[in-house]
Write a protein that binds this ligand. Structure first.
Ligand code: OAD
Length: 245
């Protein structure tokens, strides 16, 4: 296999698992410990904002304790090499961590937002607020003031909750339509719209490759699959497509 000229890569929690970041749906995963309706929906935030802040504060505090693994590094190398060869490799992630950036990926499309950013949604949950988005490393709480408008009570993590529209959807759809290859890495294929990318890509004749610990729910839809830990299979795939193994 040679390096496809235009590739779209989608990553999920499995790419960060070898860095020690918990996945969601594995037996020890986040959703085995928390009810996603309580901590990852607008309704949950309206009902108990302190609990939701606590959940995301703990995850934000954990970011400096983890480091990118060989899979993140291989993806960054693939992106740089694809660009150097006159192609492109657009990286779309469902992950809210910053491990792709720290591995050297220059452009990362965070379709589920970023833990390291906060947004002002206004003093009442669900009201528009000033909408400003800020880089954020500290804890967030009801008392946190928006650095732009000064309002308190409306700051929230800049993440996408269940029931909200993921970010960058138009850009992602356009990138898939222009792609030669779609590579899905470390995602269970349980959450739409990301779970539908393989079907959309396939319908447009885009070659689809799955790299995952084990076949996902959508494995049947891919043209090719490599299974094992991301820190093994992703560098191996990158070496193979770049022709240096
Ligand atoms: P999941 O937890 O649903 O799936 C993780 C996938 O990674 C599974 O297919 C595992 O088999 C695989 N996996 C586990 N360890 C791995 C390893 N070491 N190497 C490679 N693969 C491994 O996580 P996501 O698919 O990312 O959304 O979940 C998608 C979305 O659901 C998340 O963004 C989050 C969640 O609820 C929101 O919070 C809105």
């Amino acid at each position: 296999m040679s390096a496809p000229p235009r590739t779209v890569i989608l990553t999920g929690a499995g790419v960060s698992a070898d860095s020690g970041v918990a996945t969601f749906r594995d037996p020890q995963g986040v959703w085995a410990q928390y009810d996603h309706r309580e901590v990852a929906t607008p309704q949950g935030f309206a009902a108990n904002p302190r609990l939701v802040h606590e959940f995301y504060n703990a995850r934000r505090r954990g970011l400096p304790e983890v480091a990118p693994n060989l899979a993140h590094e291989a993806i960054a190398r693939f992106q740089a090499e694809a660009a150097a060869r006159g192609g492109s490799a657009i990286l779309v992630t469902q992950n809210v961590d910053d491990l792709h950036e720290r591995a050297g990926s220059e452009q990362v499309w965070h379709m589920h937002g970023e833990l390291a950013k906060a947004r002002c949604d206004g003093p009442e949950p669900g009201t528009p607020g000033c909408g400003a988005i800020h880089p954020w490393t500290d804890d967030l709480g009801l008392e946190t003031a928006c650095p732009a408008c000064g309002a308190t009570g409306g700051m929230r993590p800049h993440v996408v909750w269940f029931g909200e529209m993921p970010m960058l959807m138009e850009e992602i759809e356009a990138a898939l339509a222009a792609a030669d290859c779609f590579v899905s890495i470390g995602t269970s294929g349980s959450v739409y719209p990301a779970a539908g990318f393989v079907h959309a890509a396939r319908a447009m004749g885009v070659k689809c490759v799955e790299l995952n610990l084990e076949p996902s729910e959508n494995a049947y839809a891919f043209d090719d699959g490599r299974y094992g830990r991301a820190s093994d299979v992703v560098p191996a795939w990158v070496r193979e497509v770049l022709g240096d193994s």
